[in-house]
Design a protein around this ligand. Structure first.
Ligand code: ING
Ligand code: ZN
Length: 312
């Protein structure tokens, strides 16, 4: 047999390696994994997700997980890759995971903001880029829209700046950006199948529930808080890290146009933002030796939510 170098889940990977890894997942698990292209970035790169589930011939519900909507949050794509490996490893021996793999499909986007992610790999001066890479309006010399302010959820109202050089520039209109439009169209056209929508960021060690706008409260806010607190407890049990649970206006600051709020407004009942490690010591430049513990604890938290969504 041919010896293949093992993929290192505890290092950060450039986009080219993540793309090859996605193809390898399909080759290694052809009966369970497919790649779905569902849009193109501003710079014309394919936006892809891995659809993972056992083929039962029945109609299936679904779980959404996206990572890398913000370019510099490198731990997020690392988490999505770890997440995929874990579910593919555990379903063969773990009865609960096998049951979930039969009833739901996991839709995992390892890197949503591909152009931005590639830009952060260019050199040290671009390492902390957050937004996508579309040019601003004509009268502006800056690039990039904050994709997590660009969704059609109280768009442009709070926690944004219309200075197109700002890191929270929301774009010219809801879903003006191809990356936000791709998620809007893919999820929006199948919104009834999604039980749960998780969007992964860093940093801050938070589990955020909708809504980001201070004037609105989710109809199932109590349920969201209960499940979120359960997830934070599951996180804490792994390495003793504290994650704070709440709506963003209560935890930090208000915001609008996030994908989490948009997904909840579409009727997806359980939508959460994870802010992974750390609390600011290293921030976006989380050392590689923290990838493993961060992914382990976040996986436990995510699984708590997914299991609740599945069993409900
Ligand atoms: N944070 C998210 C952002 O879009 C957020 C989510 C919003 C956190 C408001 C706290 C308050 O800004 C990061 N890190 O991207
Ligand atoms: Zn972010």
């Amino acid at each position: 047999t041919v010896e293949r170098a093992q993929y290192d889940y505890y290092k950060y990977h450039p986009m080219s390696e993540i793309t090859s890894w996605m193809e390898q997942m399909v080759k290694d698990h052809p009966d369970v994994v497919t790649v779905v292209k569902y849009g193109k970035t501003y710079e014309s790169r394919d936006i892809s997700l891995l659809k993972i589930g056992l083929n039962t011939g029945k109609e299936k519900k679904a779980i959404w997980v996206d990572c890398g909507i913000h370019a510099r949050e490198w731990i997020a794509p690392a988490f999505c890759q770890y997440f995929v490996r874990e579910i593919l490893q555990t379903y063969k021996t773990d009865a609960k995971m096998e049951e979930m793999m039969k009833n739901v499909d996991f839709y995992v986007t390892p890197v949503l903001n591909i152009d931005g992610y590639i830009y952060t790999w260019e050199n040290e001066t671009t390492r902390l880029w957050r937004k996508n890479r579309s040019p601003g309006p004509e009268d502006c010399a800056c690039y990039g829209t904050d994709l997590n302010r660009n969704f059609d959820a109280n768009w442009g109202t709070v926690g944004v700046s219309f200075d197109c050089c700002s890191n929270t520039y929301p774009g010219t209109k809801p879903a003006s950006e191809p990356e936000a439009k791709a998620v809007t169209e893919f999820v929006g056209s199948r919104k009834d199948i999604f039980l749960c929508f998780l969007t992964i960021h860093s940093y801050g060690q938070l589990i955020l529930v909708p809504y980001g706008h201070p004037n609105y409260t989710a109809p199932n806010y109590d349920e969201l808080m209960m499940v979120g607190k359960g997830a934070a407890e599951a996180v804490w049990k792994v390495h003793g890290m504290n994650y704070t649970v709440g709506a963003s206006p209560d935890v930090l600051y208000a915001n609008s146009g996030s994908s989490r709020d948009w997904a909840r407004m579409q009727g997806i009942p359980l939508t959460f933002t994870f802010e992974l490690r750390d609390n600011g010591t290293y921030g976006f430049k989380l050392p590689e030796d923290q990838i493993q513990p961060t992914c382990e604890e976040a996986y436990s938290g995510a699984l708590h939510i997914i299991t609740y969504a599945h069993d409900k």
